[in-house]
Ligand binder design. Structure first.
Ligand code: ATP
Length: 357
C-alpha cells in the first residue's frame, strides 16, 4: 500500500423509486480505499454492497455524495471513462472464442500493436496459471479456470482498480478456498487495488487488507480482519462474523452478573452486550481467579473436530435471566485427545477480561 487514495466515497446515498416509494439502498457511505489495497465490502444480502460497488464503477449514479478515483471527482463520469474494471460471478466470457482471444479482446479493441498484445496476454496467462491452455474454449474448462480467464481479461488492460462482485459464488467450497488464495496472490503480484464484494465472512477475512462490514445501507465497521474478528464494533458485526457468544444484561460497578457468575466490564454500567470468541474461553471445574471473567454451565454437547473440540455449554440460571443462553467454546486438544469435559459435566467457563467486548 502506498497510502494514496485509489477510491473515495464521500457520504454517498442511493435511492431507488420502487412502486412509488423511495427505497434507500445506500444511506450515507464514506470510504477511503488505498492504492494497492485488497478491500472487501462484506454484509448480508440486501445490505447495499452491490449498489455501492456499482456507484464506484459508474453503472449507478449516487443520489447524493461524491465518488473520487485517484483524487478526481468522477461522480458524473461514465463507466468506460473510469480507469477501473469489473469481474462478475457469471464470468461473462465469450463462449465461441479461445482463452487467448478472450484475454486479448480488449487490447485488440484498443488497437494495441500485435507484439504488445502477444507479450501482455502471455504474461497475464502466466500470472493466472493458464499457460498451455490458450486454445481452449471456456466450456472446455472448469469453473475455477474460467474465473481465472475472466480475471486475466479484466487485468490485461492494466486498470488502476478492479472491482469483483461475488466472483467465486458459482464455485464449490474446495475450489472457492483454493481460488481465494490464488486471488490474493494475483492481487499481490499485479499490485492493483481490488474491491471485493462478498457475503462470506471467511472469504473476506482470508483475503482482505481491510473490510467494511455493511448492514442496512451503512458501514457498521471498517477495519482489518483481525480487528473485526477480535473487536467487533457492534452486536451485528459480532453476530455476522464467525461464532460469537453474546451475553447481555445490566452491569453495576463494572460487573455483569450472568450465568451464575460474573463478566468483568470495567468502566461500564447499565445495559451492556458482551461478546467473547469461542477460542478465548477456557473450560475448567474450579471457579476462576477474581481477575478473570467466569460463568457457570452444563456441557450440552461435545463435537470432536480433529485438533480441537467444540463444546456447547448451557449457562446456569443467572441473576439477569441468562438461562437458555448457549456458549460455544473451542478448545485445542491435548496430544492424547481426551476431552476437557464430557456431556453433562458442570463446568466453569473463564476468559481474560481483555477478550470480551
Ligand atoms: P446481494 O448480496 O443480495 O446482492 P447487496 O448487499 O448487494 O445484496 P444491493 O443489491 O445493493 O444489496 O441492494 C440493496 C437494496 O436496494 C435492496 O433492498 C434492494 O432491493 C434495493 N435495490 C437494489 N437495486 C434496486 C433497483 N434497481 N430498484 C429498486 N431497489 C433496488
Amino acid at each position: 500500500m502506498t497510502g494514496l487514495s485509489a477510491i473515495e466515497l464521500e457520504d454517498v446515498v442511493k435511492e431507488y423509486l420502487s412502486h412509488g416509494e423511495v427505497v434507500q439502498a445506500v444511506k450515507g457511505v464514506t470510504l477511503d480505499i488505498a492504492e494497492g489495497e485488497f478491500f472487501s465490502l462484506l454484509g448480508p444480502s440486501g445490505c447495499g454492497k452491490t449498489t455501492t460497488m456499482r456507484m464506484v464503477a459508474g453503472f449507478e449514479q449516487p443520489t447524493k455524495g461524491l465518488v473520487r478515483l485517484h483524487g478526481q471527482d468522477v461522480t458524473n463520469v461514465p463507466p468506460n471513462k473510469r480507469d477501473i474494471n469489473m469481474v462478475f460471478q457469471s464470468y461473462a466470457l465469450f463462449p465461441h472464442m479461445s482463452v487467448w482471444d478472450n484475454v486479448a479482446f480488449g487490447l485488440k479493441q484498443k488497437k494495441t500493436p500485435a507484439d504488445e498484445i502477444r507479450r501482455r496476454v502471455g504474461e497475464m496467462l502466466e500470472i493466472v496459471d493458464l499457460t498451455g491452455r490458450e486454445k481452449r474454449r471456456p466450456r472446455e474448462m472448469s469453473g475455477g479456470q474460467q474465473q481465472r480467464v475472466a480475471l486475466a481479461r479484466a487485468l490485461v488492460n492494466r486498470p488502476r482498480a478492479l472491482l469483483l462482485d461475488e466472483p467465486l459464488g458459482a464455485l464449490d467450497l474446495k475450489l472457492r478456498q483454493a481460488m481465494q488464495i490464488e486471488l490474493k496472490r494475483i492481487q499481490r503480484e499485479v499490485g492493483i487495488t481490488f474491491v471485493y464484494v462478498t457475503h462470506d465472512q471467511s472469504e473476506a477475512l482470508t483475503m482482505s487488507d481491510r473490510i467494511a462490514v455493511m448492514n442496512d445501507g451503512l458501514v457498521e465497521q471498517l477495519a482489518g480482519p483481525r480487528e473485526i474478528y477480535e473487536r467487533p464494533a457492534s452486536a451485528f458485526v459480532a453476530g455476522f462474523i464467525g461464532t460469537s457468544n453474546l451475553l447481555t444484561g445490566t452491569a453495576a460497578g463494572g460487573v455483569l452478573k450472568v450465568g451464575g457468575g460474573r463478566v468483568l466490564v470495567p468502566g461500564h454500567d447499565g445495559e451492556v452486550t458482551v461478546t467473547v470468541r469461542p477460542e478465548k474461553i477456557t473450560i475448567g471445574t474450579e471457579e476462576p481467579a477474581p481477575e478473570r471473567s467466569g460463568v457457570r454451565g452444563t456441557v450440552a454437547e461435545v463435537v470432536y473436530l480433529g485438533t480441537y473440540n467444540s463444546y456447547a455449554v448451557n449457562l446456569a440460571d443467572g441473576a439477569d435471566g441468562a438461562d437458555g443462553t448457549v456458549i460455544t467454546v473451542f478448545q485445542q486438544n491435548a496430544h492424547d485427545a481426551t476431552a476437557t469435559a464430557e456431556r453433562g459435566d458442570s463446568v466453569w467457563l473463564s476468559w481474560q477480561t481483555q477478550h470480551s467486548y
